[in-house]
Ligand binder design. Structure first.
Ligand SMILES: [Zn+2]
Length: 579
């Protein structure tokens, strides 16, 4: 079906129950005019229930009719929160008023809400309060010998099948049931969110891409999450991720708000969900949104599929959370995936991968077969014994830390960088000449390897020392992080920090510099191993010529074709390498 406003995505707005309840015909018409004028409205999710709010059938019906007459697609929404009510047992131990799913009265209630909503709509989405953290006596009793993770997995599978999807299908066999997952992937399994077992219950998924204030948000959200989680869900449920969902909260400037939408769109999300109706009406952020979406729509025309180094993050795992997104923040294109990337020639592994019982076997055959695996110091710390027993490395992480003020790019005759602000790294101890350090970090008369290479079979294992504060990656010298970048994508890398590079399988790339920190233009240096005349700006047609630069690294000489792009903050640019 032809989208009404943009070719590459739909513009969608969420209408929570309390807003749906408050509409008068006049108010709805005025709000609609604003949204249609500034961003263009393709679709809404109209909520029937949230907390104390239950919207009457009569109210839902006229709001739906009004919007449908305007050509807007109207789907349903449910937020699975509720206050204590008569008949439900008191003393629930839960935050955000999520349901206690072992309470018979609450179970009846959620079932009734699902049936009611499915009767009114052919598509229903669950907002991301569909988790359980209840630790009441009844939940403890039902948990029995299981731990909370196992118990909640089973509980939410039962609730999903028997109280949400089953009853919805019984009243509306064609209803499409959508589960929206929150922006806290690393904690899903603690609260019953299981994309690995819920994928054959629900028809589709949706993903939270709100990153708000990365410095202050509860969930530690690097900006790159807005891209990375869309990719993760796309790889988890191929072809079934409906869209990305963001909001204006803790976005203290318009650019911070807009960046969430840019990255969601760059990741290929089919719907851009603006949460929520009354927060975006009369919001000046939204004025800019429409203008920028038009540009992005043009940029994405005919673009290929997003690609990047696979970051293997199994379902129901945590550890070194968001580290792969931090790499995205220094210009490394990362493809987060819960699926082991058998077709890739390289993979990035963090502590989270230790949750996969087969990870060592996978790594051995991957590397032996010719793959390059980049593992972190955290993964080495957890899996060191098994990695050493398998013969992949002799190195280990000691108990010491180094406050690194000095870097040495070992292949570069002039690769010495001194007098930097200290960054705390773990010490990786390795066997001299059993493995080779491509990057050292030190202070005084001592140093440690920050990036170590071992060979095994036809491939290589790289070990990356991860700073104690992940955000310190942004403060490392660019020639130091270039060492990581060349290992992660030897064909093309971009030097600099506080920007992202999004790469696509048609050879095009998008650069975006964040509006944060040093808010001024900066150079991003593109380096291509394939000979190129230069990089052509897809919009202006300007060609930035590339010059050959020879690099000596890991006993190998390589010639890169490099070009400097001036990248102002808040501006996205699309380039293709000219042959
Ligand atoms: Zn409970």
């Amino acid at each position: 079906m032809q989208n009404r406003h943009y070719k590459n995505f739909k513009t969608v707005v969420y209408i929570p129950a309390q807003v749906a309840e408050s509409f008068t015909p006049q108010k709805l018409a005025g709000d609609y005019d604003f949204i249609e004028k500034y961003i263009g409205l393709d679709k809404v999710y109209l909520e029937t229930h949230r907390d104390r709010h239950d919207v009457s059938e009569e109210q839902i019906k006229w709001v739906k009719e009004f919007l449908e007459e305007k050509g807007v697609t109207v789907s349903g929404g449910i937020t699975t929160t509720i206050h204590d009510f008569e008949g439900a047992k008191a003393g629930k131990r839960r935050i955000f008023e999520t349901f206690c799913y072992t309470d018979p009265a609450m179970r009846e209630r959620i079932k009734a809400i699902s049936e009611y909503t499915a009767k009114l709509f052919d598509e229903v989405i669950l907002d991301d309060f569909y988790f359980t953290n209840c630790t009441c006596e009844s939940c403890i009793r039902e948990k029995g010998d299981r731990d909370w993770v196992e118990f909640r997995k089973d509980l939410m599978e039962d609730v999903s099948r028997n109280l949400i999807v089953g009853p919805a299908r019984a009243v509306n066999p064609g209803v499409r049931m959508v589960i929206k997952y929150p922006n806290w992937r690393e904690s899903y399994h603690f609260t019953g969110y299981r994309p690995d077992t819920q994928d054959d219950i629900f028809d589709a998924t949706y993903i939270g891409t709100e990153t708000r204030s990365p410095a202050y948000a509860d969930q530690h959200l690097p900006e790159y999450l807005s891209y990375s989680l869309v990719r993760f869900m796309e790889n988890a449920w191929p072809g079934r991720n409906g869209g990305g969902w963001f909001d204006p909260y803790q976005c203290w400037c318009a650019d911070r708000y807009l960046e969430q939408a840019y990255l969601t769109a760059f990741a290929g999300a089919g719907e851009l969900m603006h949460f929520q109706w009354s927060d975006i009406v009369d919001n000046y952020f939204v004025g800019a949104m429409g203008m920028q979406l038009k540009k992005i729509d043009k940029l994405l025309e005919g673009i290929g599929k997003p690609v990047g180094i696979p970051a293997y993050i199994p379902h129901a795992s945590s550890g070194e959370n968001h580290l792969e997104m931090r790499l995205g923040m220094i210009g490394i294109p990362v493809e987060a995936t819960p699926v082991w990337p058998i077709d890739s020639d390289r993979v990035f592994i963090t502590e989270s991968a230790a949750y996969d019982d087969d990870i060592i076997d996978r790594l051995v055959s991957f590397v032996e077969g010719g793959g390059d695996a980049i593992i972190t110091s955290g993964f080495l710390r957890i899996k060191g014994d098994e990695l050493r027993a398998a013969g992949l490395t002799e190195s280990y992480v000691s108990d010491r830390k180094l406050a690194v003020t000095r870097y040495h790019v070992t292949g570069d005759d002039a690769g010495y960088i001194d007098h930097r602000t200290p960054i705390l790294f773990p010490e990786i101890v390795h066997g001299n000449n059993a493995s080779w350090s491509l990057l050292n970090g030190g202070d005084g008369d001592y140093h440690t390897s920050l990036f170590l290479r071992s060979a095994y079979g036809r491939g290589r294992l790289y070990i990356m020392a991860v700073p104690d504060n992940y955000a310190d990656l942004y403060r490392m010298p660019r020639s130091a992080t270039d060492v990581y970048k060349r290992a992660m994508n030897p064909l093309l890398y971009a030097s600099g920090s506080n920007f992202s590079m999004f790469t696509y399988d048609d050879g095009s790339l998008i650069l975006y510099r964040y509006v944060k920190g040093d808010v001024r233009p900066a150079h991003v240096r593109l380096s291509s191993l394939n000979k190129t005349e230069g990089f052509k700006d897809a919009v202006s047609g300007e060609l930035i010529p590339a010059v050959p630069v020879t690099i000596y690294e890991d006993f190998e000489k390589k010639t890169y074709y490099t070009a400097d792009v001036v990248l102002p903050p808040g501006v996205f640019r699309k380039y293709t390498a000219e042959p």
